[in-house]
Design a binder for this molecule. Structure first.
Ligand SMILES: [Fe+2]
Length: 591
């Protein structure tokens, strides 16, 4: 385990007190010797930081060292239907009573058919239940129609993001040819996130389907189709919530005049117990820059009064997508990174549904997850995990993730790292403002918003944590103290460092002082960190971080980790003798 603070006295101390000579001598030890040294040093807290710093240096600079194989984290596992007790080491706080619910792909083939892309795997639901210091675990495959149809026929019959379902081999040649022209079935394999509408939990991906689940039993209770309520073809798996339970989301629609990005509002109340997303409304439609080539987006930002939509040049070519089945290609073939276009920001008043007139543009970048957004001095401030190369979706093919040795290194080195960036969008642009003037009044941010000749506002970002994060492989899966600080000025966010193709560390970033803390254990891969506040606390980081930490090493156990969010020290871990794949997102539900 490694904990250090960058930009702080602790980091400076580490650098000063750890001479290069010792670094080199340690890196020349055999693996066994280093393991032995690690074991000894783990027991001496004062020396721990020195040893850990050494490890970091050897990983980055030693010759011939390759990334460890993570293929076991991306292979099919069994579901754990019977609740199993976890072995707790350290302690789980007595006040921490609830369930960490997570979802991700857990089955990657049916019969001889194999999925191509990580996003394609069948949804496996995980439940870690914490009660008075004890922890139990169970998991279950979502009984989606896609899962059932594939299971019944023992082959892939529903296409997923990166896998085209092939015609039934039992059909004759003519029937197989004609089946290419049949309307493709849309998947309901909702494997991305647990989301909430009107107090109920749903599993969501980005298609028009969601699956309502009983979070106690993990049973699917109802399949919900967005199209039955509003004219959208789906919604993101990252909605935002107002304190009163009103939920906002975004989804696309495709009409004869082209495609639109729609802001959706779902009311918090039910007038009938059996309701799902009844009362959902489209409150604003934003025309895409190009009618037949809307942008792909995975999330959006929200402040107290505004929705912020980012139109990035990761384009969905609708012609290619519509014709993909005929061409024998999966959906993913229709998505392309087109950096000749800029990234645009759209701001919508969430109370009136009005799209603000300001046209905000920046150099092309890609973002999947926003960190937080807030309003200050007439501006929207939005923080995002970004990078400049949008070809990353192609990289997450399963065959790439399962590579070993130098081939695996090549895959890793081909992708850019995600870093946290802050953009400032002035809301009320003075038409008489001179060109070239920075319209951001915020003294604490170097992000600028400069009026151009054409009236657009050119936005340049502030890097929220420039140097130390690079050594951690950048940061993704950002999370905040959402309940108390979503849409508000904030100081901390948490995420995974990516010194591998999946997260290999947990990071706490202080966006005000630009420092970070890191938790890492070699050979283990932590999931998205979920912040749970101490009941009644009002300090932003007064709480714990929960993360499911998994390993490809068959001799080690996976565990649920609980960290003190303040100092990133481990409070406890709950080991589970169950194989788990690397997943996407989750949430904590108090019981
Ligand atoms: Fe996501």
């Amino acid at each position: 385990m490694r904990i250090w603070e960058s930009g702080s006295a602790a980091a400076e101390l580490n650098t000063k007190m750890f001479p290069e000579l010792f670094l080199r001598s340690v890196s020349s030890f055999s693996t066994i010797a280093v393991d032995f040294l690690s074991m000894i040093l783990r027991r001496i807290p004062v020396l721990k930081k020195y040893m850990e710093q050494t490890h970091q240096k050897t990983v980055i600079f030693s010759q011939g060292k390759t990334l460890p194989c993570i293929a076991p984290l991306l292979t099919t596992v069994e579901e754990t239907l019977q609740v199993v007790s976890a072995r707790v080491q350290g302690h789980f706080p007595e006040w921490l009573n609830g369930c960490l619910l997570r979802v991700g792909p857990g089955k990657f083939e049916f019969g001889k058919d194999k999925y191509n892309h990580w996003f394609d795997g069948m949804a496996l639901l995980h439940q870690f239940k914490m009660e008075k210091g004890t922890v139990t675990y169970r998991s279950k495959f979502l009984q989606s129609d896609a899962y059932k149809a594939n299971s019944d026929r023992d082959r892939i019959v529903i296409s997923e993001f990166g896998t085209l379902a092939l015609p039934d081999p039992c059909k004759n040649v003519f029937e197989r040819f004609m089946s290419k022209f049949e309307k493709p079935a849309i998947t309901d394999n909702t494997n991305v996130n647990f989301v909430q509408y009107k107090g109920d939990y749903y599993l969501s991906t980005e298609t028009n389907f969601m699956n309502k689940v009983d979070i106690e039993t993990l049973e699917k209770t109802e399949k919900v189709n967005w199209r039955k309520f509003i004219a959208v073809n789906g919604a993101t798996a990252h909605p935002h919530y107002d304190p009163d339970g009103t939920t906002y989301n975004m989804g696309n629609s495709y009409g004869k005049h082209g495609s639109c990005y729609n802001v959706i509002r779902v009311p918090p109340e039910k007038s009938d117990l059996g309701e799902t997303i009844h009362g959902a409304q489209v409150i604003c439609s934003i025309a895409s820059e190009e009618g037949m080539r809307p942008s792909y987006y995975h999330s959006f930002g929200m402040t107290r009064n505004y929705i912020i939509f980012i139109e990035q040049p990761l384009k969905m070519n609708l012609w290619r997508i519509i014709s993909s089945k005929i061409r024998g290609k999966p959906f993913s073939d229709g998505i392309s990174w087109e950096p000749q276009y800029n990234t645009r920001f759209h701001v919508v008043d969430k109370h009136t549904g009005q799209l603000l007139p300001g046209m905000y543009v920046s150099k092309p970048f890609i973002t999947f997850h926003q960190i937080n957004a807030f309003e200050d001095q007439g501006c929207v401030v939005i923080d995002l995990c970004c990078q400049d190369d949008g070809r990353i979706l192609e990289v997450y093919q399963l065959q790439n993730l399962r590579k070993t040795g130098k081939e695996l290194d090549q895959v890793y080195n081909s992708i850019a790292r995600f870093s946290p960036r802050r953009f400032v969008l002035p809301l009320h642009v003075n038409l008489n403002a001179p060109e070239g003037e920075n319209l951001s009044p915020l003294p604490y941010s170097s992000a600028s918003a400069v009026k151009q000749v054409d009236g657009k506002i050119w936005c340049s970002y502030e890097n929220l944590c420039p140097e130390a994060l690079e050594e951690e492989g950048g940061i993704e899966f950002p999370q905040i103290n959402y309940g108390q600080f979503s849409g508000k000025k904030y100081q901390f966010f948490y995420g995974c460092g990516f010194r591998h193709l999946v997260g290999d560390s947990l990071i706490k970033v202080d966006v005000v002082n630009k420092t970070l803390m890191v938790w890492r254990e070699d050979g283990f891969y932590p999931s998205e960190p979920v912040f749970v506040p101490v009941p009644g606390a009002n300090k932003e980081d007064d709480g714990v971080i929960l993360s499911v930490v998994i390993t490809p090493n068959q001799n080690e156990r996976n565990f649920l980790l609980v960290l003190d969010a303040k100092n990133f020290e481990e409070l406890g871990r709950a080991e589970v003798p169950v194989q788990m794949p690397y997943g996407f997102h989750g949430t904590f539900v108090t019981i």
